[in-house]
Design a protein around this ligand. Structure first.
Ligand code: HEM
Length: 426
C-alpha cells in the first residue's frame, strides 16, 4: 500500500515528531516500498524527496557538488526562510540576514557552505577537535561530569535535563570558547531559542526573540574584539583568525560560525545524554549490562547515538539532475536525508528497533557522513561515555519517573524536561 498523502505531509509538521512511533512507522513503509519518495509540504513549498535508506543517504552525502548545503540554494532545513521567519516571529529579511538583528551584513557558517569554501572554514576550527586536543580535555570532562553528578546526590530525584544533561555540554563549550563559566547559561538560552522556532514555550514573542538575538550578537562581538587583542588557543580565537582566500573572515560569517558552534555543540550532546538515559530507563536489562560490565560503554555510546538520532534530518538541494534507484531527481529539487530512518534500516542492522548496548554493526548516520561529517563527534562521544561511566557508578538504578516533554520540531530530537529518581550505589 502506498504511503498516504497525509503521512507524507506529516513529515513536515513538528507535532508528528512529538511521539516517534508515527514517523518511524512512515519511514519503515517508505524504506520497504518507496525509498526515494516525493512529499508535498503543508505550506506553499515546492515539496521534497524523502531519502530513507542508509546507503542512499551516504551516496548523497558524498556528493556535495551535486547535492548542495549552501544557504544560497536553501541551506540545511526544509522550510524556506520565509516559513521559518513566520514561525519564529521574525521577518523574512531578518531570518535570511541575521545582520538585520545586529548591525552586520548577513553571514553563513560552514554547515551551509559547499566546497571549496566549506573546506577553508572547516579547516580553521579543526585543531579544536583533534584526538590530541580531546585527550587533553578528557580529564576535565571527567572532573566536570563528576561534579555535576555529585551535585544531585543529596536528593533522590531531579529534573535530569537542567541538572545533568544540559550542564556538561555547556560547561565544555564555555571552556572551548574560554568564557567565564557563569556565562554558560546564556549560551543555553540562545541555543534553545535558535532551534525552538516551532515551540511556543520557547519563542514567546517577537520582542523576546529579537532581544535574545541582539544580546547574542553583542556578546559574540565583544568576544571577537577581545580575542583580536588577546588571542589564546580557544575556538573563538581560531574563528577570529580564519582567513578565506587570504582575507580575514568577515564579521557576519564569524557571527554565524559562533551561532553554529553554540547550537551544534550543545543541543545535540545534551539530547544524546538525556535520550540515552531515557533509553536505559526503558530497557533496564540493558542498563544492568552496563552496570555489570562498564567495558561495554563505548558500544553503548554508539547504540545510544544510533537510537536517539539527535539530528532527525538534514536537507540538500540538487544542483544537477540525478538518478537514484531509478527515480529522477531534478535540478533545484530539495531532499531530506532522514538520519532517523537510515539508522533503522533493516538491511544494515538485525532488529534495528531493538535497543541493544552490545550490538555490532555499521556506523550509524547520526553524525552525518561525507563532506559535512560532524566535526564534534569525538567530543560528543567522549562526553556521553564519561557521563555514563560516572552516572552508572553512582546511581545504577537511575530511571525516568514521569512525563518527558519534547521540543516541538521535526529537525532535532530534543527533550525539554525529564524527571528521574535514583538511589546512590552502596
Ligand atoms: C551527539 C552529538 C552530535 C550530533 C548527533 C551531531 C550531528 C551533526 C550532524 C548530523 C552534522 C552534519 C550536518 C550536515 O551533513 O549537513 C553535524 C555537523 C556539525 N557539527 Fe555536530 N553533532 C553533535 C555534536 C557536536 C559537537 C559537540 C560539536 C562542537 C562542539 C558539533 C559541531 C558541528 C559542526 C561545526 C558541524 C558542521 C560541520 C561541517 O559543516 O563541516 N557537533 N553534526
Amino acid at each position: 500500500m502506498p504511503v498516504s498523502q497525509e503521512d507524507r505531509i506529516a513529515l513536515s509538521e513538528a507535532e508528528t515528531f512529538q511521539d516517534h512511533d508515527r514517523p518511524h512507522a512512515i519511514f519503515s513503509q517508505f524504506r520497504a516500498e518507496e525509498p526515494v519518495a516525493w512529499c508535498e509540504e503543508p505550506w506553499d513549498g515546492p515539496g521534497f524527496w524523502s531519502i530513507t535508506k542508509y546507503d542512499d543517504i551516504q551516496e548523497i552525502s558524498k556528493l556535495p557538488k551535486v547535492f548542495s548545503s549552501d544557504a544560497k540554494h536553501g541551506g540545511i532545513t526544509l522550510p524556506s526562510p520565509a516559513m521559518i521567519a513566520k514561525r519564529s516571529h521574525l521577518t523574512r529579511k531578518e531570518v535570511e540576514s541575521p545582520s538585520e538583528l545586529s548591525q552586520f551584513e548577513g553571514g553563513r557558517s560552514m554547515i551551509s557552505m559547499d566546497p571549496p569554501e566549506h573546506v577553508q572554514h572547516r579547516r580553521m576550527v579543526a585543531p579544536g577537535f583533534t584526538p590530541h586536543t580531546l585527550d587533553s580535555l578528557a580529564p576535565r570532562i571527567r572532573e566536570r561530569a563528576s561534579a555535576i553528578l555529585d551535585s544531585i546526590k543529596d536528593q533522590n530525584s531531579c529534573e535530569f535535563v537542567a541538572s545533568v544533561a544540559a550542564e556538561l555540554p555547556i560547561q565544555m563549550l564555555a571552556e572551548l570558547f574560554n568564557l567565564p563559566q557563569e556565562d554558560r547559561h546564556k549560551l543555553f538560552k540562545w541555543s534553545n531559542l535558535i532551534i525552538g522556532g516551532d515551540d511556543p514555550d520557547v519563542t514567546i514573542s517577537r520582542e523576546h526573540v529579537m532581544a535574545a538575538f541582539m544580546e547574542l550578537g553583542g556578546y559574540a562581538m565583544q568576544l571577537y574584539q577581545d580575542r583580536q587583542k588577546n588571542p589564546g588557543n580557544d575556538l573563538i580565537t581560531m574563528l577570529v583568525n580564519t582567513e578565506v582566500d587570504g582575507e580575514p573572515m568577515n564579521v557576519a560569517d564569524y557571527l554565524s560560525a559562533f551561532v553554529l558552534l553554540v547550537v551544534a555543540g550543545n543541543e545535540t550532546t545534551r539530547n544524546s545524554i538525556s535520550g540515552g538515559t531515557l533509553a536505559l530507563s526503558q530497557h533496564p536489562a540493558e542498563r544492568q549490562k552496563l552496570v555489570d560490565d562498564p567495558s561495554l560503554i563505548p558500544k553503548a555510546v554508539d547504540e545510544i547515538i544510533r537510537w536517539v538520532h539527535p539530528v532527525i534530518y538534514m536537507r540538500r538541494t540538487a544542483l544537477e539532475d540525478y538518478e537514484l534507484r531509478g527515480v529522477k531527481i531534478k535540478t533545484g529539487d530539495k531532499l531530506a536525508l532522514w538520519y532517523m530512518s537510515g539508522n533503522r534500516d533493516e538491511e544494515k542492522w538485525d532488529d534495528p528497533f531493538t535497543f541493544n548496548v552490545s550490538r555490532d554493526g555499521p556506523r550509524h548516520l547520526s553524525f552525518g557522513y561525507g563532506q559535512h561529517l560532524c566535526i564534534g563527534w569525538r567530543l560528543a562521544e567522549l562526553q556521553l561515555s564519561v557521563v555514563l561511566e560516572e552516572m552508572l557508578a553512582r546511581y545504577p538504578d537511575i530511571h525516568v519517573t514521569g512525563e518527558v516533554t519534547r521540543m516541538r520540531t521535526n529537525f532535532l530530537n530534543s527533550i525539554k524536561t525529564m524527571p528521574v529518581s535514583y538511589s546512590a550505589s552502596t
